[in-house]
Design a protein around this ligand. Structure first.
Ligand SMILES: NC(=O)c1ccc[n+]([C@@H]2O[C@H](COP(=O)([O-])OP(=O)(O)OC[C@H]3O[C@@H](n4cnc5c(N)ncnc54)[C@H](O)[C@@H]3O)[C@@H](O)[C@H]2O)c1
Ligand SMILES: N[C@@H](CCC=O)C(=O)O
Length: 523
């Protein structure tokens, strides 16, 4: 095991300091000068490969601006990537955990040096403001550092357990699975993309990475860092493409050993169903790791620190425009403090600055036209399901804007069974629900099919202890926002329809990508 300092999460950059704002703006200038319009080809077996068709990245905050492009993989490219990865696996699986960990540690060091550059690219490609981008790149660095250290705990024979019994030596070994595919979302295009490849490869697997169509450039940037860090050819096959095409092809393929997917509920359930079907030539049960959507609730009871609760609601509800699986899309308030909480909350929502990521606005444009239209439909649904307290401008009312801007919106007195309280909207839209009392609030919070994040603002210790056991979410927070899990501190993942609870950034996560072998020798 390498002698390195213990894992510690990255600190975040403080953008209340003018000097840091200036550094970020310098990075934006650098990215505009050096990366704007860049094209990222496929990387298969270490070789660049271009395609006839391309996937274009557009700035959501200014849709007239083309940020860059990636190749658009074909089925043949996917087939070549899969075969090449299995070839690379023959050697990569023989590397020690330490040796593989060094690649991740080197990549983390490079990413640290390029931190603001990646942030600036993220601002342009998906519209994140400074803090949201920086927190995410910090998380990507953390994933690399954390998984490198965790992997080294699983080295060699007996790493899991060695016992002597009846004159026999018995040991457990951790082994990689083989070749998998990682299909990732656009909303954490650096951290989740990096984490979903780093964990499988550091324990000896090879992987085909299929980033989201809206964030291929950032993915290409990360893959370039891995190559600079010395990752051998074929261990990571970079395959930007259309999910329904090459993603689907690889999910169904007989030689795909595992699938790690992060994305929407419906796509995830489809993949889970298709992956379960055994196809000719398949000799294993595909392992599927899923992290899906959420409809996350923050409860505020009558004992809460109201100012703190409102701050938690603003941060959790509108961070990155609510485009987080962890976002607080439901605010559940006990009746006796409902008017006070909602009044303060709406006041704070109205103070949110709407603008571009470059302007470092609180709320920027949502990622693409499809999302923009989908949210617009929910705004109309909301007007019949609740009381519009602020925002709610239909997309047409934002005409003349350069990007996909949705006004921060709050609907009050939404019924727990309403579509607005059950379905993931994935935008700057919060539903406020009125609870009779604490017990009713907890019942409401648990009333969706999801189980990702949740929170309670209360000073009643007994209630917090009850929530610890009865609030059905994978990540539960008390008296703070319900987003922003830190790698190695708050392992992230939910259950029910939010996923298979893989707990990214936790000590159990690498286990998703390994299998155990028991070996016994009689002396
Ligand atoms: N639980 C988590 O940790 C987590 C984290 C981030 C995002 N998410 C969820 O992801 C969603 C937003 O991301 P998105 O819009 O990229 O999700 P999405 O499901 O639309 O796409 C995710 C990925 O799946 C691919 N894909 C789409 N259809 C496919 C198919 N038929 N076969 C194979 N691949 C296919 C896409 O190309 C993309 O790479 C939200 O629902 C959010 O809650 C969850
Ligand atoms: N891990 C992130 C959410 C990722 C999903 O979009 C958080 O904890 O806020």
């Amino acid at each position: 095991m390498l002698k390195i300092e213990p894992y510690r999460p990255q600190d975040f950059i403080d953008f209340t300091k003018a000097a840091n704002v200036e550094l970020y703006q310098d990075a934006l200038t650098k990215v505009r000068t050096e990366l704007l319009g860049k094209h990222y080809p496929l990387i298969i077996n270490g070789q660049e490969r271009d395609t006839a068709e391309k996937l274009v990245s557009t700035n959501p905050c200014d849709t007239s601006e083309r940020v860059g492009s990636t190749a658009r993989a074909t089925i043949q490219d996917a087939e070549d990537a899969l075969n090449g990865a299995w070839d690379a696996f023959k050697t990569w699986k023989t590397w020690t955990m330490d040796a593989r960990a060094r690649v991740l540690l080197k990549a983390a060091a490079i990413l640290k040096r390029k931190r603001l550059e990646v942030c600036a690219l993220m601002t342009l490609e998906v519209g994140k403001n400074y803090a949201e981008a920086d927190v995410e790149v910090a998380e990507a660095i953390d994933f690399l550092e954390y998984y490198a250290r965790e992997a080294m705990k699983h080295e060699g024979f007996g790493a899991a357990e060695t016992t002597w019994y009846a004159g026999e030596e018995n040991g457990l070994m951790y082994l990689p699975l083989g070749v998998g595919v990682s299909i990732s979302p656009w909303n954490f295009p650096c951290a989740i993309f990096a984490g979903m490849l780093a964990a499988p490869i550091v324990v000896g697997n090879c992987i085909i990475v299929k980033p989201a169509e809206d964030s291929g450039m950032i993915a290409g940037f990360v893959v370039d860092i891995l190559r600079e860090a010395g990752l051998p050819a074929g261990v990571v096959q970079f395959l930007p493409g259309v999910g329904e095409e090459v993603g689907d092809y690889l999910v169904r393929h007989a030689r795909t050993r595992f699938i790690t997917f992060t994305g929407s509920r419906n796509v995830g359930l489809h993949i889970n169903e298709v992956a379960a079907k055994v196809v000719p030539g398949q000799r294993f049960i595909k392992r599927v790791i899923m992290e899906l959507g959420g409809k996350d609730a923050l409860i505020v009871d009558e004992t809460a620190d109201i100012e703190n609760a409102v701050t938690a609601a603003i941060q959790g509800g509108f961070g990155f425009n609510g485009q987080k699986c962890s976002a607080m899309s439901r605010l559940v308030v006990v009746d006796s403090v409902y008017d006070e909480v909602v009044g303060k909350f709406v006041e704070r929502v109205n103070a949110l600055k709407v603008g571009t990521g470059e302007e470092n606005a609180n709320v920027t444009a949502v990622v693409n036209e499809e999302s923009f239209e989908k949210i617009g439909k929910y705004l109309e649904i909301g007007k019949s399901e609740g009381k519009l307290l602020t925002g709610g401008a239909a997309p047409g009312e934002n005409a003349g804007k350069k990007g996909y801007y949705v006004q921060p919106t709050v609907f009050g007195d939404v019924d727990a069974g309403a579509r607005l309280a059950q379905e993931e909207i994935f935008g700057p839209v919060v539903s406020v629900l009125r609870a009779r009392d604490w017990a009713h609030a907890l019942e409401i919070a648990n009333s969706t099919e999801y189980g990702l994040t949740g929170g309670v603002c209360s000073r009643d210790r007994a209630r917090l202890e009850q929530a610890r056991h009865e609030f059905e979410v994978g990540n539960l927070y008390f008296n703070r926002k319900i987003t922003g899990a830190i790698v190695g501190v708050q392992p992230f993942g939910g259950y029910n329809m939010s996923g298979t609870d893989s707990k990214a950034g936790g000590p159990e996560y690498l286990g998703n990508f390994m299998q155990l072998k028991a070996v016994t020798e009689r002396y």
